[in-house]
Ligand binder design. Structure first.
Ligand SMILES: NC(=O)c1ccc[n+]([C@@H]2O[C@H](COP(=O)([O-])OP(=O)(O)OC[C@H]3O[C@@H](n4cnc5c(N)ncnc54)[C@H](OP(=O)(O)O)[C@@H]3O)[C@@H](O)[C@H]2O)c1
Length: 260
């Protein structure tokens, strides 16, 4: 094992903030790419760079971030442009001779007809077609995302309950632990999906959120229209067979989050 720095894109995000300390605990120096200037601390150095910024500037920053790096965990992402951002990173990783590129994708990337999922699929394709040794893990929605969605819905006078829409939320710490294990092992290509321990209807997630605070709210059944609705009702965002499963439940997450 080398002791070259591991580059983590998205190291400042919900997932990345869990990944970075695990790499440090494994005694790996860490470099984080972030759009903001940040001071180095606790064995973590930061390089400022925007994967979707001015191409020449982004490439220069990426070359700096990738100098001497063998392993990259690509966790940077947003609602739009993950395909483009990943193509840019892949080109730079090829220039730098990276030996293992690990990418976090989402369950349903190839099935849910929404821009975010399509971009994740485009990013997966960029990684798989890069010629670089790689590992891609698709995860279900994190508890944190489910929380921010139901928190917003629960503020409405009537809480929408989209019929047939189910989630399989997973704890971000378990996703982080799996990614670090994969990153420190040999490149494995597409590995089994990582989903949460249970499937919940959206209405059930909201009820759980309210019940954990001793509240209840009337729910309004709604139907998600069109092909997006059909895809969700068909479970395109779920992996019902062949996935690995996290252990922490939505209820455990709620207890912890609401106590914090
Ligand atoms: N959230 C979920 O439920 C879920 C489920 C499955 C997969 N994923 C995937 O997991 C990854 C991390 O998700 P998350 O929830 O941790 O996201 P997040 O909390 O929104 O964090 C996004 C991260 O990406 C970085 N970033 C965004 N745009 C960038 C750009 N143009 N250039 C450089 N860095 C950029 C941000 O860094 P700075 O702000 O410091 O620049 C930040 O660290 C994403 O790829 C997401 O698609 C998420």
């Amino acid at each position: 094992m080398t002791n070259n720095p591991v580059l983590v894109t998205g190291g400042t995000g919900t997932l990345g903030r869990q990944v970075v300390p695990l790499l440090r605990a494994a005694s790996r120096p860490v470099r984080v790419l972030s759009r903001r200037e940040r001071a180095a601390q606790d064995g973590v150095a930061y390089v400022r760079g925007d994967l979707l910024g001015d191409p020449a500037e982004a490439d220069a920053r990426l070359d700096e971030a990738l100098a001497g790096v063998d392993t990259v965990l690509h966790l940077a992402g947003g609602p739009k442009g993950d395909d483009e951002a990943t193509r840019r990173l892949v080109a730079a990783a090829r220039r730098a001779g990276v030996r293992h590129l690990v990418y976090i994708s989402v369950i349903g990337a190839d099935k849910v007809p929404l821009g975010y999922f399509r971009a994740k699929l485009g990013a997966e394709e960029a990684v798989a077609g890069s010629g670089l040794p790689y590992t891609v893990l698709r995860a279900a929605q994190f508890h944190d995302l489910a929380f921010s969605v139901v928190e917003k819905m629960a503020k409405l006078p009537l809480v929408p309950a989209p019929g047939g829409v189910r989630w399989q939320p997973v704890d971000v710490r378990e996703v982080a632990a799996r990614l670090v294990e994969l990153a420190l092992d040999a490149p494995a290509g597409a590995v089994p999906d990582l989903a949460g321990p249970r499937v919940y209807g959206m209405g059930e997630l909201t009820r759980g959120y309210l019940a954990a605070q001793g509240r209840s709210r009337k729910q309004l059944p709604v139907r998600v229209p069109g092909k997006v609705g059909r895809a969700y009702r068909a479970g395109a965002n779920l992996t019902l067979a062949g996935a690995e499963h996290g252990r922490r439940t939505w209820e455990e997450f709620l207890t912890e989050r609401l106590a914090a």
